[in-house]
Ligand binder design. Structure first.
Ligand code: HEC
Ligand code: HEC
Ligand code: HEC
Length: 467
């Protein structure tokens, strides 16, 4: 409360004289940095806009120092802004000079901020009204973002005009070792991986149920209820790390977890390896594929991870649209995609519309308060891994491919259907209350993301298809 009061007081004081100081040029603009050789004309224009209008908060060390910077409260507020702003988007000297490039995540956040007019912050514009982004400047930045994305291999399959989209199609073909995929498939479906031979990976990641168990939380051996919802294994290879909190660095490391987790398969790896060694088929397959190491925990998890590389679900209706079939989407689905780009794609972007960053559950509103109930350890999210306060309630952004099949939603399985999940996301991440029509349009768009596995729509797979 006190903080807000001080802030308002300061605002009144600043708005009284700052415009004058602005006009007098005290907070003068930076000299233009010359265009990087080899980079587009656009890039020079874009970095110029950043230097004029964003540098105060997003480029630590490059800040222009206005005269009020030495007032104690102003100093603190500015330091806070710089810290928060550069944690989200650090426009460093190396970026301006072209030494390092913008990542897909930076491009997604930039596009989001520009599309929903959130930057520069409204409060700052009160004092620096000339720093508002003009319509032309927005177009320049958005055009440059599209050009950058068009250079990425992710968009190689997209039709020319859609190469700059935040969502890219999944590749129709993957180049994998068929023997390893077959072995991993067998292991994935083998109950010998659990202590009492009752569960396999597919018990919680059923490929006919969108790669999940379609339950609020997972059920381990002896019917134990786990602490968290099962995410999909489809397209998990696109994740920057595995698990909701990202505690496994890749699929191989991930696969070691559930086998030994007492709440899940509850086994000991030594026992599992011994059991698998009794099976003649495995003896042959491992001797063939892993002649030197043989059958070990490392080779079992490597084969499973190899199989998971094949769990890509291309050719959804939305991908067909991206590849150039403009008529395949209805007007509602297209309207939903537009809303999605305004409100969601700063986090849900890339080939699987997620998996590429950790984000707070509840950016604008306290999700956990709205949900009610006790906070659980799982609710801490990324904090459980890093022990950093700034990571509390951060989760890996989930994949939205095949999302109509992977209900219920969120790490706690609290949203039973897609409309509820969309409504909650709008509220807690963007402070928006979508109308029923808007919610329906976004849901319609999300349903176009259901793809194919083994050439069949994921929604129509039967158990015989995935054995
Ligand atoms: C007065 C300081 C200030 C200025 C000027 C400013 N920003 Fe920001 N910006 C912030 C802060 C603070 C945040 C972090 C907000 C948060 O964490 O809630 C932020 C966040 C962002 C983000 C991340 C959005 C996300 O998805 O999290 C982007 C992108 C961004 N700003 C772009 C810009 C651009 C482009 C400009 C110039 C046109 C600009 N900002 C000017 C303070 C500023
Ligand atoms: C008892 C149910 C259960 C079993 C059995 C199980 N999992 Fe999981 N799986 C989960 C749950 C729950 C999570 C999320 C845990 C977390 O994030 O803390 C998960 C997470 C994953 C992830 C990470 C996906 C992502 O988006 O982060 C992958 C990949 C995965 N499991 C693969 C496997 C494999 C391979 C096996 C077999 C070796 C397996 N699972 C067995 C329940 C299960
Ligand atoms: C600031 C980043 C961010 C924004 C913006 C965002 N999301 Fe999310 N989304 C997340 C995170 C993080 C989760 C996981 C939260 C959890 O499980 O507690 C999530 C979860 C979801 C889920 C559930 C997925 C699953 O498998 O359980 C859906 C559906 C979803 N988001 C849709 C949307 C839509 C639609 C929008 C726009 C209205 C949106 N999101 C905006 C970060 C974001």
């Amino acid at each position: 409360m006190k903080k807000i009061y001080l802030f308002l007081l300061l605002l009144v004081a600043l708005t009284l004289f700052l415009p004058i100081s602005n006009l007098l040029g005290f907070s003068g603009k930076n000299e233009p940095i010359p265009a990087v050789p080899g980079s587009s004309q656009n890039f020079a224009a874009v970095t110029q806009i950043f230097q004029n209008k964003c540098v105060d908060c997003h480029s630590p060390g490059m800040t222009r120092m206005p005269i009020y910077a030495d007032f104690p409260i102003a100093k603190q507020l500015m330091a806070n802004d710089i810290e928060k702003a550069s944690a989200r988007l650090n426009l460093s000297k190396q970026l301006y000079s072209g030494e390092t490039s913008f990542t897909p995540l930076m491009l997604a956040r930039l596009e989001g901020a520009i599309r929903n007019n959130s930057m520069p912050p409204a409060i700052y514009l009160l004092m620096h009204w000339t720093d508002n982004l003009t319509a032309d400047e927005k177009q320049i930045i958005l055009g440059w973002i599209a050009d950058e994305r068009a250079k990425s291999s992710w968009s190689s399959d997209s039709t020319k005009v859609l190469k700059g989209e935040p969502v890219q199609p999944l590749p129709l073909k993957t180049d994998l070792d068929a023997k390893k995929v077959a072995l991993g498939d067998k292991l994935f479906h083998d109950p010998l991986l659990s202590r009492d031979n009752t569960l396999n990976c597919a018990s919680c990641h059923n490929l006919t149920k969108g790669g999940t168990d379609q339950s609020k939380v997972a059920t381990g051996i002896r019917g134990q209820q786990g602490p968290i919802n099962s995410p999909t294994v489809y397209n998990a290879m696109y994740n920057i790390a595995q698990f909701w909190d990202g505690r496994a660095k890749d699929l191989q490391e991930q696969a070691a977890g559930p086998v030994a987790n007492p709440m899940e398969m509850g086994a000991q790896w030594d026992n599992v390896v011994e059991k698998l060694k009794q099976v003649p088929d495995y003896q042959i397959a491992f001797a063939d594929l892993y002649a030197e190491q043989g059958l070990t925990k490392a080779t079992v998890t490597d084969a499973i991870a190899g199989f998971e590389q094949s769990l890509v679900t291309p050719n959804s209706r939305f991908d067909q649209y991206l590849r150039g079939n403009n008529d395949i989407l209805t007007a509602d689905e297209k309207a939903g995609y537009d809303l999605f780009k305004d409100n969601c794609a700063s986090c849900h972007f890339g080939p699987v519309l997620g998996g590429l960053s950790f984000e707070r559950m509840g950016v604008k509103q306290d999700y956990f308060k709205l949900r009610g109930g006790q906070l659980t350890e799982a609710d801490n999210g990324r904090f459980n891994v890093t022990k950093l306060e700034k990571d509390r309630h951060f989760f890996k952004v989930p994949v939205l491919r095949n999302i109509e099949l992977t209900h219920p939603y969120f790490h706690d399985g609290s949203a039973g259907n897609l409309s509820d999940a969309v409504r909650i996301m709008g509220k807690v991440q963007q402070d928006k209350n979508f109308t029923t029509e808007e919610t329906d349009e976004i849901v319609a768009f999300l349903k176009t993301l259901t793809g194919e596995y083994k050439g069949k729509p994921v929604s129509q797979l039967e158990s015989e298809d995935v054995k």
